[in-house]
Ligand binder design. Sequence first.
Ligand code: SAH
Length: 367
Amino acid sequence: MSQQPGQLTFVAPRRAKPARHLADLSMADRRAAVTELGEKAFRADQLSRHYFERLTTDVAAMTDLPAASREKLSELLPSLLTPVKELTTDGGTTRKTLWKLFDGALVESVLMRYPDRVTMCVSSQAGCGMNCPFCATGQAGLTRNMSTAEIVEQVVAGARALAAGEVPGGPGRVSNVVFMGMGEPLANYKQVIGAVRRLVEPAPHGLGISARGVTVSTVGLVPAIGKLAEEGLPVTLALSLHAPDDELRDTLVPINTRWKVAEVLDAAWAYAAKTKRRVSIEYALIKDINDHEWRADLLGKLVRNKLVHVNLIPLNPTPGSKWTASRPEDERAFVRRLQFHGVPVTVRDTRGREIDGACGQLAAADV
Ligand code: SAH
């Protein structure tokens, strides 16, 4: 379902839900679910260890479980993601997977291995309702929200590939997770929070990834940013600003017609104050659209002296778009203006570009 320019979709179309999975549930709920299946509650702990520590879903291999229990318990480990396509680049250290969900919906995730960390970029919705005109996902509209377990499974799949030594660099672990794949995470709030909890809870409850390594990226749903600040989960907030003035941001990030630049920045500062975490301001540099020096100055004035970091992303042009990345000299001037205001700034690398795995290119239409 494609959208008219500027049209926003908040409520996901009603669809059949994916099967219930262990990763959807808190440990207390897992114990209850296991009991309902006629098994002892502690089987939930055993099953959790297999899933979150050994990263296995193969009940036949769970020899600490009585044979008769295995089949019953396998009901809590339904297969949710089927790989459709895998593309690698950077000598195998960047890999994008296209997944088919139980109902045929398609999503993508990207694994990026660096010398000091491994980042998984995950999707939180099939499609997206936020309609940013420069983003490939935004053009397709929203298919549906993903379940907590569907989100977690993307990370588990990456963790499994790393543990098995399938990614060059030797066996490894996922250290970072960024909600920068398809979808607007804060428009699927409950499921995303569930997923974050599973990611950060120590084993056997979850994967035990540091909350500091988790980044939730948003177009700026102000009430949800406020709620997130109260969750007691010190994840990094990334705010996709892309313009410092309302006139331009209204068109680049249509949610700005609801919550203006000043409001969304206030929400971001409140988030930083509450969590003590530096907020990341995302800004895709688009040639002659938002890369003017005066805009860099305005941005610098808006964010200076705050607990902030500005992340400039050279635009990854989407097919058919008239927009392209800024000229190198304009990018450099933009960086210099921000530095002049004392604002910490970096230009993001464009990893995964060759496999359409870079920011904003995840479209899942390529089967
Ligand atoms: N909906 C969330 C998360 C997904 S997008 C959000 O908007 O933050 C992750 C990041 O990639 C966002 O900062 C987004 O604005 C950026 N992005 C989208 N399309 C892009 C493109 N074509 N080039 C560069 N960055 C892009």
